[in-house]
Ligand binder design. Structure first.
Ligand SMILES: Cc1cc2nc3c(=O)[nH]c(=O)nc-3n(C[C@H](O)[C@H](O)[C@H](O)COP(=O)(O)OP(=O)(O)OC[C@H]3O[C@@H](n4cnc5c(N)ncnc54)[C@H](O)[C@@H]3O)c2cc1C
Length: 416
């Protein structure tokens, strides 16, 4: 039985831990606070193979600049002269060429090929979590608001996406499909029926329960400070002593880069802060995951409240919501909604999380060059929930049997 330490109990670490244990490893997962307390917690939980594309896209830099000049709320850049931040921005700009974007889309399409099947396999294996299969509905107040998303769908299909065409909806059909919307303000929509959404907190507690039930160990309140290798394997140093293992998987989200720096890891990972509120309301809640195109907000109707989330704020280092952030989210969502409305203008609590964002928009999955037995699964940016099962399914055979697949090549942690 191969012993494996997984560092980090977010959606990526838990998916990797569960998959490794399922394949016969003896897994110990180390989490510095409580599992599921990082950026995986308050997100919208979308599982969206139909939209999986790298963030640096043709036109994205121009759109970012436009938002900065117009002081838009969706994209915020906190200026910094920190050399690593400037380098990250430069690489982001370089990655937004057509050719690189297309290569990134192809890589994500290949990674995502089994995503929906893998979520079903979780359920079949007894992992319990809230999951909805009503699809993703992108709605806009004018036809122009949909252009960008139509282009993305078209491009994904041209590059091999096999999940079917999104359905175009006019105002009348939208009102029938989604009575929570305000038909006076929302004119058009695109429905991608294959997409799903899950309650991320439940997915993580389900995976943690599954990992424990299968014989794995989860140690909370254990912060990993470093790792050391010798001829027999690895010693993982924590604030409560060292733990031995043959293999180590670092899935620590944003701090993964600093943990791996002593091992020659050079890829820059920057925090991209986002916010959410989860709120009960009046009326009939939406039936779909909704993307409000102009406001650039996601909305997920869960069993115990509707979650509204968004904002991509680069350069903010703390997972704390500034004053008024939740109120602004609600105010931006309101014009789209009529059949359902949040019960208050001001939420009781606003959640904030730091997405681990790579400059090329692709996650890091694989073995660290020159460090046998040391693996990384991090940098999933805006797509960690969608990509967690696929990341685990491809990484686990590599960790346990050295079995690599062409799908993993674009995500190699040795890239620059
Ligand atoms: C507003 C918002 C909406 C989003 N919506 C979606 C969505 O709808 N669909 C989607 O696919 N993605 C979405 N995302 C992105 C998604 O949340 C992330 O990609 C994903 O959660 C990253 O998971 P992770 O496990 O890498 O990181 P985390 O969840 O941050 O997990 C890392 C864990 O490692 C622990 N850790 C760190 N350092 C150490 C250490 N030294 N020792 C021990 N433990 C350590 C941390 O405490 C943490 O628990 C959204 C993000 C935001 C902010």
């Amino acid at each position: 039985m191969t012993s494996v330490v997984v560092v980090g109990g977010g959606v990526i670490g838990l998916a990797c831990g569960w998959e490794l244990q399922r394949l016969g490893a003896d897994v110990t997962l180390l989490e510095r606070s409580a599992v599921g307390g990082g950026v995986s917690r308050g997100n919208t939980g979308w599982v969206v193979p139909s939209m999986a594309s790298p963030l640096p896209a043709p036109g994205m830099v121009r759109e970012g600049m436009r938002q900065l000049v117009t002081r838009g709320d969706a994209f915020v850049l906190r200026p910094s002269l920190d050399p690593s931040f400037v380098r990250w921005l430069w690489r982001f700009w370089r990655s937004s060429s057509s050719a690189r974007f297309d290569a990134g889309v192809r890589a994500l399409l290949a990674l995502n090929r089994r995503t929906l099947e893998l979520f079903d396999a979780y359920r079949d294996a007894g992992i319990r979590f809230e999951m909805h299969s009503t699809g993703l509905l992108i709605v806009a107040r004018t036809l122009a608001g949909l252009h960008h998303y139509r282009d993305i769908f078209r491009r994904l299909r041209a590059l091999g996406y096999e999940g079917g065409e999104p359905v175009e909806l006019d105002g009348t059909r939208l009102a029938e499909l989604e009575p929570a919307l305000d038909s006076r303000n929302v004119e058009v929509g695109l429905h991608a029926p294959v997409d799903r959404y899950v309650r991320p907190e439940e997915l993580m507690s389900g995976l943690a329960d599954g990992l424990r039930a299968a014989g794995g160990h989860i140690l909370e309140g254990r912060e990993v400070s470093n790792m050391r290798s010798d001829t027999e394997g690895w010693t993982v140093a924590t604030d409560a002593g060292g733990i031995r293992a043959e293999k180590v998987v670092v899935a620590a989200g944003l701090p993964s880069a600093s943990l791996l720096r002593p091992f020659g890891f050079r890829v820059a990972v920057q925090p991209a802060r986002g916010y959410s509120v989860t709120i009960p309301g009046k009326g009939t809640p939406p039936r779909h995951a909704l993307y409000l195109a102009e406001a650039k907000l996601g909305l997920s109707p869960f069993a115990s409240g509707v979650r509204i989330a968004g904002v991509f704020e680069l350069g903010a280092a703390k997972a704390e919501a500034p004053a008024g952030a939740g109120k602004r989210l609600l105010a931006a969502a309101r014009p789209y909604l009529a059949g359902w409305q949040p019960e208050a203008d001001e939420p009781l609590a606003t959640w904030a999380g730091l997405r681990p964002a790579t400059a090329d928009g692709l996650p890091l999955i694989g073995e660290l060059p020159g460090n046998r037995g040391l693996f990384v699964a991090a940098g999933h940016g805006m797509l960690g929930v969608t990509l967690a099962p696929a990341t685990a399914a491809l990484l686990a055979p590599l960790v346990l049997e050295g079995r690599t697949t062409p799908e993993l090549e674009p995500f190699a942690p040795g890239r620059n």
